[in-house]
Design a protein around this ligand. Structure first.
Ligand code: 5GP
Ligand code: SF4
Ligand code: MG
Length: 455
């Protein structure tokens, strides 16, 4: 998911949030929402679909000074209108609105406990647990209520929270998902990625730190640490696939990381061919890096339909299957009679890759060598990326050569974990989460899912 928040007395916060969400659209296409407040009341508009569709009749019009927004990609809770965010509730202390990116790993337990005590839930998303805990906390200030509510919560969460007079940003103690702070002329902005700051004309100030809570109100920005430091574990997949290449996360340019992954891949694989092509858009930066390092010309061998979103992010497999053909087509004049190195960012289920290899061969490619700018994904993610069912992961049950055969490629090379880390020079591999590659989960995973890898 993507989250955004703004506090400003001089700007149209509703409209700026709309632009911010537009810039974060790649982080979720299922639903979008904006909540605003003028200091007395809150207004909210949410809907299913892409940002421009949800707000085609305009954004909330209130003369507000705080707004938060959310774009959703469902990892818990079905894709339904009532599961859209931000959430907005009334409680004894007033109104509160919250938007969440990440995945809690013990929400079920907390929820059943609360239900036994008589709590009612209106959605099936994990984020509602936090709202309930905040509303029930007996602490005096909203910051203390938020810290209090998060003490027993595990997993990944970046939050933007709005009260009538405050905007609060929170990043979990492992720092799985990104969250950064920006400044407009008069106001402050919080956003999942720095590309959204660029879009709304805000200046990047810094990232919110793992375990940090920032409060923005009329007195400016203040910060506190709400939890003891834990192992720092930014999601390495943000660099491989999820984030936009023009973002900078925790001091590392996503573009530079992807470009390096391609260069490293060229060195590791040693593959030679007539051309290097990418699976657009997610494989393109790495393919360009591969071409630069190997000297093999980059060409556009696959065309992407610009009007199709991220197909993987469609929650159901059937939609994904059709999605591949709708989304991509081979350019016969580029690949015919050529041996081709095809670079993509990841193989998850293997269905996309198999179809694309077939397409290239049908279009006349003589050889297809596949290079993947991540290691094999053998373990599910419980922290907010939709690779959560182990049996669907092709690398959980097949060896590399079996995967090669399954997708019909002539050769297949995955970037090594060391090569991946070397490609992200500003961050130590030890301070990243790599669990989907090595089963080393930095935060508790759901009890029912204890891993079977014998580590
Ligand atoms: P597969 O061959 O496993 O069916 O699909 C791999 C493709 O899915 C890659 O091109 C990758 O860019 C794309 N993809 C889209 N969304 C995600 C995601 O959330 N995680 C991962 N790992 N890959 C994704
Ligand atoms: Fe990211 Fe993988 Fe860790 Fe999930 S398990 S947070 S996708 S690195
Ligand atoms: Mg892709």
């Amino acid at each position: 998911c993507g989250i955004f928040g703004i506090f400003s007395r001089c700007e149209n916060v509703s409209m700026i949030t709309y632009w911010g969400l537009y810039a974060l659209q790649h982080r979720g296409q299922e639903s979008a929402g904006i909540a605003v407040t003028d200091g007395c009341v809150m207004d909210i508009q949410r809907g299913m679909g892409l940002v421009p569709d949800v707000f085609k009749n305009g954004v909330p019009e209130m003369a507000a000074h705080i707004a938060i927004g959310h774009v959703r990609y469902s990892t818990t809770g079905s894709s339904l209108l009532r599961n859209t965010q931000p959430l907005l509730v009334n409680y004894s202390g007033g109104q509160i609105s919250l938007a969440h990116n990440g995945n809690l790993t013990n929400a079920h337990e907390i929820r059943s406990g609360l239900e036994k005590e008589g709590c009612v839930f209106q959605t099936s998303i994990d984020s509602e647990v936090i709202v309930n805990l905040i509303a029930r906390s007996g602490k005096p200030t909203v910051e203390e209520k938020v810290s209090d509510s998060l003490t027993g919560v595990h997993g990944a969460y970046c939050l933007v929270i709005m009260t009538e007079n405050k905007l609060i940003g929170v990043r979990d103690p492992n720092g799985f998902r990104p969250l950064c702070i920006g400044k407009t002329g008069e106001g402050w902005v919080l956003a999942s990625e720095s590309c959204a700051l660029d879009t709304v004309g805000a200046r990047f100030i810094r990232d919110v730190e793992p375990g940090e809570m920032v409060t923005i109100d009329d007195t400016g920005l203040s910060s506190r640490h709400f939890a003891a430091a834990e192992r720092r574990a930014g999601c390495v997949f943000e660099y491989i696939y999820f984030a936009r290449p023009d973002s900078i996360i925790d001091g590392q340019s996503v573009y530079e990381a992807r470009f390096n992954m391609g260069k490293t891949l060229a060195r590791e694989s040693g593959y030679k061919a007539d051309i290097v092509i990418s699976v657009p858009d997610s494989g393109t930066t790495a393919a360009v890096g591969f071409s630069r390092e190997s000297g093999i010309p980059f060409a556009e061998g696959l065309m992407k339909n610009r009007y199709i979103g991220r197909t993987f992010i469609q929650p159901e497999q059937k939609k994904r299957d059709l999605g591949v053909r709708l989304k991509l087509n081979a350019v016969a004049s580029v690949v015919k009679g050529k041996s081709v190195i095809m670079v993509d960012d990841s193989i998850v289920r293997g269905t996309t890759s198999g179809k694309i290899v077939r397409m290239l061969k049908d279009a006349g490619a003589t050889k297809v060598h596949m290079c993947v700018s991540s290691p094999p994904i053998g373990y599910p993610c419980y922290y907010g990326i939709d690779t959560s069912v182990r049996k669907e992961l092709i690398a959980a049950s097949k060896l590399v050569d079996e995967i090669r055969r399954f997708i019909g490629a002539d050769s297949l090379h995955y970037l090594s974990l060391e090569g991946l880390h070397a490609s992200i020079p500003n961050i130590s591999g030890k301070t990243l989460c790599n669990a989907c590659f090595n089963c080393d989960y930095p935060a508790r995973i759901p009890c029912a899912e204890q891993c079977s890898c014998n580590k």
